[in-house]
Design a protein. Structure first.
Length: 278
């Protein structure tokens, strides 16, 4: 039986979705489980920077930025001695170190924006908790409906009913639908975090959680769509791809010298055969 994309099964889409679901849910669970299982008070109040390592070591030439004394009024960091003392995730067991190290790399880990379990600050802030939950749901959506339709944009759009997206195919606005839709899912986080960054507005942990969730859904759909989109299952024949509104893919591929020779030979053969019939 041929699926809605022209292939006989969805094993590739399901496998990729399973990876998105498994990784996001696994880390999400670990964010709650690790601080609950660590000895009480092992992780003090933290305050670092996003996209960098601040709590690898307690005292070193790098990786200890969060443990260095800073002003309490600074936009990033604080005087760690006043917030439970120095902390280094490298001193934890290997699994806990990975969970907190990943959080250190990806999140600012500001204590006022994070939850506490067993008197241990969680590895990431509440917004990131919402994002990971959203990635999990995005993976579930793609597992249920997502299709490999050769291109990333068409693969992302495949989670929507074909009859609903036909107007975008008639007007060739698929790119706008796919990536404009992803942008809309990112918008709540951008507004909540952006306004907070440039004004006196201070969000709440509940708002961070709620606005992070749609962003995660968008990220989950994007990841699944990027890795699911592949021309190989179609044997690189764009004509085999089934799209809404009977649209067709027209890949822009330059003909090779061998292909040109093959076409020329075929043309010559056809001409010779025509002369013989006359």
């Amino acid at each position: 039986m041929v699926s809605e994309n022209g292939l006989h099964d969805r094993r590739r889409e399901i496998n990729i979705s399973n990876w998105v679901i498994g990784l996001s849910l696994g880390y999400l669970i670990a964010c709650f489980l690790v601080p609950a299982l660590l000895p009480t008070g092992s992780v003090p109040e933290l305050s670092g920077r996003a996209n960098t390592l601040d709590y690898v070591w307690k005292d070193a030439s790098w990786g200890d930025w969060g443990n260095e004394p800073r002003s309490e009024n600074a936009s990033m960091g604080h005087d760690q001695a006043q917030h439970g003392g120095k902390f280094a995730w490298s001193e934890l067991d290997i699994f806990s170190a990975f969970v907190y190290g990943f959080g250190d790399l990806n999140c600012h880990q500001k204590h006022e924006r994070s939850w506490v379990i067993n008197e241990n600050q969680m590895p990431v802030c509440t917004r990131d908790i919402g994002i990971f939950a959203g990635i999990f749901v995005g993976g579930l959506i793609f597992r249920k409906r997502g299709l490999n339709r050769w291109t990333i944009r068409d693969s992302i759009i495949s989670v929507l009913p074909d009859e609903k997206v036909e107007p975008f195919y008639f007007n060739d606005r698929r790119f706008l639908l796919a990536f404009g839709g992803i942008a809309l899912l990112l918008l709540p986080t951008a507004l909540d975090g952006g306004i907070q960054a440039v004004s006196d507005y201070e969000s709440t942990n509940l708002k961070r959680l709620i606005t992070g969730f749609p962003m995660g859904v968008g990220v989950g759909l994007l990841f699944a769509g990027v890795f699911a989109a592949n021309p190989k299952p179609f044997e690189f024949d764009a004509g085999r791809v089934i799209l809404p509104a009977n649209a067709r893919l027209v890949p822009s591929v330059e003909p090779t010298d061998d292909k040109i020779s093959e076409i020329a030979t075929q043309t010559e053969t056809d001409t010779t055969a025509g002369d013989s019939e006359e």
